[in-house]
Design a protein around this ligand. Structure first.
Ligand code: CA
Length: 216
């Protein structure tokens, strides 16, 4: 059974959400202000957070930001009373995964919750290790024997793509699309450059090769 934490200060809304999530097989924890919501998010084993934005004490944006800064990657759906795009963008930038705008249909929220949970499960483990290295995807951190290895955001994305596709041969175009995106102005050769710099960081000893180049 999956546990959802609902943080919402409006009693009728909170009760409605609680009843509906319970009726759909969730175990439900509730909080009616930001402070208790944050402490429950930090203490309890939660699979999903439904997070109102305008909350007493600590608002939803701050909760989102604090959780992500602590490396807690639990999926978050924001409930926003505002439909202004800038508010939604702010929430997503602070680490929310999805949002619904009030008034919303409960069926739509439940569908989004299920889709998000499905997506999260498919992503597999968030921490990968190879040799002395540990790559923590949610914390965006690479360590070698416990010491931080500094990667640029693109190098991180590239390494993430490699570790999540370990054992597979990947073409330059696949790598380019996954890491740089379809509208990238960079040519496939920029992959080579980044692989070279990544190698310098994760293969200091050339005997221990993690990245292999294939010439079919
Ligand atoms: Ca509110």
């Amino acid at each position: 059974m999956e546990t959802v934490l609902i943080i919402e200060d409006e009693p009728a809304m909170l009760r409605g959400l609680e009843d509906n999530f319970r009726a759909n097989g969730f175990s439900v924890i509730t909080a009616s202000d930001g402070e208790s919501g944050l402490s429950k998010a930090l203490d309890a084993q939660v699979d999903l957070i439904i997070l109102d934005i305008m909350l007493p004490k600590i608002n939803g944006y701050e909760i989102c930001q604090i959780l992500r800064k602590k490396g807690i990657g639990v999926p978050i759906i924001m409930l926003t009373a505002k439909s202004e795009e800038s508010d939604i963008v702010l929430g997503l930038n602070l680490g929310a995964d999805d949002y619904v705008t009030k008034p919303f249909s409960i069926r739509q929220l439940l569908a989004r919750a299920s889709a998000l949970l499905r997506r999260t499960k498919q992503q597999g483990p968030a921490v990968y290790s190879f040799g002395p290295y540990v790559l923590d995807i949610q914390a965006m951190r690479l360590t070698c024997n416990g010491n931080d290895v500094v990667l640029s955001p693109k190098e991180f994305r590239l390494l993430e793509f490699f570790v999540t596709h370990a054992g597979r041969a990947l073409t330059r175009d696949q790598i380019l699309n996954a890491v740089w995106g379809y509208d990238s102005p960079s040519g496939p050769r920029c992959v080579d450059r980044f692989v070279t710099t990544l190698r310098q960081k994760v293969e200091p000893d050339p005997i221990e090769a993690y990245l292999h180049t294939y010439h079919p």
